[in-house]
Structure formats: C-alpha cells, structure tokens
Design a protein around this ligand. Structure first.
Ligand code: NAP
Length: 247
C-alpha cells in the first residue's frame, strides 16, 4: 500500500482553501489547515473532517510573519514527517485607486500575498529537497495575468507569484519538484463581499461559461496537479476562470 501523502494548505479556514482541505482530506491526504484570524471556522472544519475519519490538523499562523511561517512548516513536519504538497493559498484583496493606496496597505498586500510564499516555500523546501520530491501549487489570480483596475497591488502580487512559479520550476525541476500556479477567475467566497450584485451579474455575463466559479472548481484543479496527473507538468499556470480570460 502506498504511503499516505501530506498537504499543507495556507489560509484554509475559509473559501477556496477550506474546500481544498475537504477535498484532499477525503482523498486520503494528511491535511494541515492553516488559519490566522478565523479560529472558529478552522475548529469547525477540524471537527467535521475528523468525524469523517480524515487525518487533519489545524495550526494558527500569520504567514506574513517569517517566524510564524517557519513554525507552520515545523509543525507540519512534527505531525506528519514530510510535506508532499504545499499549496500557497492564503491571500487578501484590497480595493483602492492606485493613487489612494497608502504605504501600509501596499505592504500588507505584498506581505500576505507574496512575501509569505517566499517564507513558507523556502522553509518547506528544506524537507522537499531532502526527499527529492514535492509539489508546490501557488494560488495566483486571473488579475495577475491581465491586471485589474482598483487592485493594482493585488494584481502586482499575483503576477509576481506567476513569475516566481516559472523561475522556481526551472530551479527545482532537476530535484523532481513540480511548481505550478492556478489562476482562478471570479470565485464565490468572502473575498467577493465587497463586490456588489450588479457587478457580479456583469462578470457572469462576460464569462463564456455564464457563471462564477465555486471553491470546489479550484480545489479539483489543485488535486489534479498534486496527484499523478501533475507529474509531468511544471512551471505552468492553470487558468480556471470559465473562459473569462482566454490567451
Ligand atoms: P477568503 O475566502 O477571503 O479566504 C482567505 C483565506 O486566507 C482565509 O482562510 C484566511 O484565514 C487566510 N489568510 C488571510 N491572511 C492570512 C495570513 N496572514 N496568514 C494566514 N492565513 C491568512 O479568500 P478566497 O477567495 O478563498 O481566496 C483564496 C486565494 O485565492 C487567495 O490567494 C486569493 O487571492 C485567490 N483568488 C481568489 C479569487 C476569488 O474570486 N475568490 C479569485 C482569484 C484568486 P483567516 O480568516 O483565518 O485569517
């Protein structure tokens, strides 16, 4: 029987990360759920999945802080000995005209969306490189591909993740570590709370598949890349966006 694999998913108390945690846990992965503020949501998810017989842990860490990011990786290794799959999912969005973005807001977005990925990935690689095996999946955004007005900092951070994905894929390929990105389109999560209903309708109308996405749409892409289907794929961006952006 093959060894049970372990996935660490950053920011998995809510939204897309939460659905990934569910899907991976039900597909026989050990899952480490990371949260920062949503303690109750993380506890609930832990109880739900534990009741179903899944192998799940939760760990609080603000991954924009390098020490907490390192603790998250150390905790995962302490619990499960290896990290087979790392999903850099945690992220925040802020809506503001570029000219109104203040210093703190710019750095908050960069710290959570981009610098955290450097911290967690570099630490996790200590273990993946020792194994000469691993999969890294970075959750970018279609706005990182095409840019979004009023979200220049968000778009910048997500475009940078794509650059990081491609460069790291080249560096880590010889070590049998695949690095890919998923660039979701509009997905129904709390992140859309600030978007009004008319705008959502307009976004649906502009999407060839005529709907916005669900967290499970993205979770399935991540599972595909993490499993054997992703073994010969590296440095790529999987654009799950209903056709909103077709390059
Ligand atoms: P969400 O529902 O707002 O959830 C965000 C998650 O990130 C939460 O679990 C949150 O945890 C966690 N998080 C935020 N800051 C953190 C920090 N400093 N340390 C640890 N965890 C942190 O957002 P979502 O829609 O699921 O987004 C997930 C990812 O998909 C993000 O990277 C986002 O940019 C990307 N994405 C989303 C969409 C969309 O339309 N929803 C589209 C494209 C890309 P706590 O609540 O516990 O703090």
């Amino acid at each position: 029987m093959s060894r049970k694999k372990t996935v660490l998913i950053t920011g998995s108390s809510r939204g897309i990360g939460r659905e990934m945690a569910r899907l991976f846990a039900k597909n026989n992965y050990n899952v480490v759920i990371n949260y920062n503020k949503s303690n109750d949501h993380a506890q609930e998810l832990l109880e739900e999945l534990t009741k179903e017989g899944c192998s799940v842990r939760i760990f609080k860490a603000d991954i924009s802080n390098i020490h907490e990011a390192n603790s998250l990786v150390n905790y995962t290794i302490g619990q499960f000995e290896k990290i087979d799959v790392l999903i850099n999912n945690a992220g925040i969005s802020r809506f503001n005209l570029f000219t109104d973005i203040c210093y703190d807001e710019w750095h908050e977005v960069m710290n959570v969306n981009l610098n955290s990925v450097f911290y967690v990935t570099q630490k996790a690689l200590q273990y993946m490189l020792a194994e000469q095996s691993g999969k890294i999946i970075n959750i970018s955004s279609m706005w990182g591909l095409v840019g979004s007005a009023n979200e220049v900092h968000y778009s910048t951070s997500k475009a940078a993740l794509i650059g990081m994905t491609k460069a790291l894929a080249k560096e880590l390929g010889p070590s049998n570590i695949q690095v890919n990105a998923i660039a979701p389109g509009v997905i129904e999560t709390d992140m859309l709370n600030e978007v009004d209903d008319d705008t959502i309708e307009m976004l649906k109308y502009e999407t060839p598949l005529m709907r916005i996405g669900k967290p499970i749409d993205i979770a399935r892409c991540a599972l595909f890349l993490a499993d054997e289907g992703g073994d010969f794929i590296t440095g790529q961006v999987l654009s799950s966006n209903g056709g909103f952006v077709i390059n």
